[in-house]
Design a protein around this ligand. Structure first.
Ligand SMILES: *Cc1c(COP(=O)(O)O)cnc(C)c1O
Length: 405
C-alpha cells in the first residue's frame, strides 16, 4: 500500500463527508478520540445559545421552555439506536462510575439471595473500585474476579451480576456480548456491560445479546466534551422492579410535589439523583446528534481499514501489537507495547500525532472513523516509525511524567 492508495481510499470513503461535522485542528492527527472526543461543529453555537439565551435571558423558564427537564431522557433516546436499545431503556446521568454503583446495587436487589459481583482482573479500574466500594458498604456482598476464560466456571448460584467491559480500554479486545450474557443467564445472574469504549466505536446490540444492564461514556467516542455525563441502560423487562440506591429528588415520581416520602419515577427516570448539569448535557446532545444517519457497519469497516494501515506499516518496527489482530475481536483502538512507550507517546505529541500512554508500557492509538482519514493514519504511521527508528523519543524532556497520561 502507498500513500496514493490511502488517498484513493479517502476518495471512495462513504464516511468522509462526516468530518465536516467536527472542528478538527489543522496539522494535528488526533488518535485519542477514545479518551476525549473532538469538538462537534455544532457545539460552540449550541452552548453559546444555552448560556446567553436559555440561561442568561430566559432564566428559570428554560427548564420548561427549552425542555431542560426532559434532556436526560431525550438524549438517552438518541443514544439508544447506537446500542441496540429502545428509547425508554436509556437515560443520561452522572458519570460511568456513579452509574456503575447504581446498577450494581440495583442488580443485587433484583437477585435477592445472591451476593457475589463477578468481574475480571484488569477491568477498567473504576469498575473494580466501585464494585469493591459497594461490597464494603453492603454486608455479605463480595467481589470475585476471574479471567475471561474462567468466567463460565466462576459463575455460580451465588453470582448476582457479571460485570464486564465490552471493549477493553487497554487491549481493545472486544468480548462476545451474546455468549457471555447467555452464560451469566444460565447461572441465574444478571449481565452488566460497560460500553465506554464501544459506544460510537463499534456496532452494539444489547437487545440481540439479551443484556440486562449497561453503562457507557459520553466524553469518548460520543464527543460530548470533557467530563460529559454518562448513560445507563436497563432492559424493558426489568423496568417495573428495578430500584436505584440513590433516591434523589429528580428520580422521584413527582419532584415538584415536594413530599417527604420517596416514590420512584417510572422507568429509567428513577436513576436520576440530583439536578442534571445542563450545559454538559447539551454539549453531549450535540455529540450524539453528530451520529445521526451514521451506519455503524460502515464505521466498523473503516475502523478496520485504518487499523490495518497502522498494523502493516508498524510491523517493521520493534513496536509489538498488543491488540487482537482480527478486527472482529477488537474495538476501535490499537495498543502497541514497548518499554519506552511513555517517551514515544510524548515525542509523538510534540510532532502533532496525539495518542496516549497506558501504564506500564502501552502506546494507545484511537481510530475514530468519523473524524480520521486514511491518509492521516498513513501519515501518522510514517511519523511513528520515524520517531521510533530515529530515536527522537530518547530526548530526556519526553520522560517527564504529567498527571494525566
Ligand atoms: C472511560 C471509562 C470509564 C470512566 O468513566 P467515568 O465517567 O469517568 O466515571 C469507565 N469504564 C470504562 C471501561 C472506561 O473506558
Amino acid at each position: 500500500m502507498t500513500r496514493e492508495d490511502a488517498l484513493a481510499l479517502d476518495a471512495a470513503d462513504p464516511l468522509a463527508p462526516l468530518r465536516e461535522r467536527f472542528i478538527l485542528p489543522e496539522g494535528v492527527i488526533y488518535l485519542d478520540g477514545n479518551s476525549l472526543g473532538v469538538l462537534p461543529r455544532a457545539t460552540p453555537a449550541l452552548i453559546a445559545d444555552a448560556v446567553t439565551r436559555q440561561w442568561g435571558r430566559d432564566l428559570i423558564r428554560s427548564w420548561n421552555d427549552a425542555d431542560w427537564i426532559g434532556a436526560p431522557q431525550r438524549i438517552g433516546a438518541k443514544i439508544a439506536p447506537l446500542i441496540g436499545a429502545t428509547a425508554h431503556e436509556v437515560i443520561v446521568a452522572d458519570s460511568v462510575s456513579v452509574n456503575l454503583f447504581k446498577l450494581l446495587a440495583a442488580a443485587l436487589a433484583l437477585r435477592t439471595g445472591r451476593s457475589t459481583i463477578l468481574t475480571e482482573p484488569g477491568n477498567f479500574p473504576t469498575d473494580l473500585y466501585v464494585a469493591n466500594g459497594l461490597a464494603a458498604l453492603v454486608p455479605g456482598v463480595t467481589v470475585r474476579t476471574a479471567s475471561l476464560a474462567d468466567i463460565p466456571q466462576a459463575l455460580g448460584p451465588d453470582t448476582a451480576v457479571l460485570l464486564l467491559t465490552h471493549v477493553h480500554y487497554k487491549s481493545a479486545h472486544r468480548r462476545d456480548m451474546a455468549l457471555l450474557t447467555a452464560q451469566a443467564h444460565a447461572a441465574g445472574a444478571l449481565m452488566l456491560w460497560d460500553l465506554s469504549h464501544s459506544t460510537g466505536a463499534v456496532a452494539v446490540d444489547l437487545a440481540i445479546a439479551n443484556a440486562d444492564l449497561a453503562v457507557g461514556c459520553g466524553y469518548k467516542y460520543l464527543n460530548g466534551g470533557p467530563g460529559a455525563p454518562a448513560f445507563l441502560f436497563a432492559a424493558e423487562r426489568h423496568l417495573a422492579a428495578i430500584v436505584s440506591p440513590l433516591t434523589g429528588w429528580m428520580g422521584h415520581a413527582a419532584p415538584f410535589a415536594f413530599t417527604d416520602d420517596y416514590r420512584s419515577a417510572p422507568g429509567m427516570t428513577r436513576f436520576l439523583a440530583g439536578t442534571a448539569p445542563m450545559l454538559s448535557l447539551l454539549a453531549l446532545e450535540a455529540g450524539v446528534d453528530a451520529f445521526v444517519g451514521v451506519d455503524m457497519a460502515q464505521v466498523e469497516n473503516k475502523s478496520a481499514a485504518l487499523a490495518q494501515i497502522l498494523i502493516d506499516r508498524l510491523a517493521a518496527t520493534d513496536l509489538e501489537l498488543a491488540s487482537p489482530a482480527r478486527p472482529a475481536e477488537r474495538g476501535s483502538h490499537l495498543v502497541f507495547r514497548h518499554p519506552h512507550a511513555y517517551e514515544l507517546t510524548q515525542a509523538l505529541i510534540a510532532r502533532q500525532v496525539i495518542g496516549d500512554f497506558r501504564a506500564p508500557d502501552l502506546l494507545r492509538l484511537g481510530l475514530t472513523p468519523l473524524t480520521l482519514s486514511h491518509t492521516q493514519v498513513w501519515d501518522a504511521a510514517t511519523t511513528i516509525a520515524d520517531t521510533f527508528t530515529s530515536g527522537a523519543y530518547r530526548d530526556p524532556k519526553f520522560s517527564v511524567r504529567a498527571r494525566v497520561t
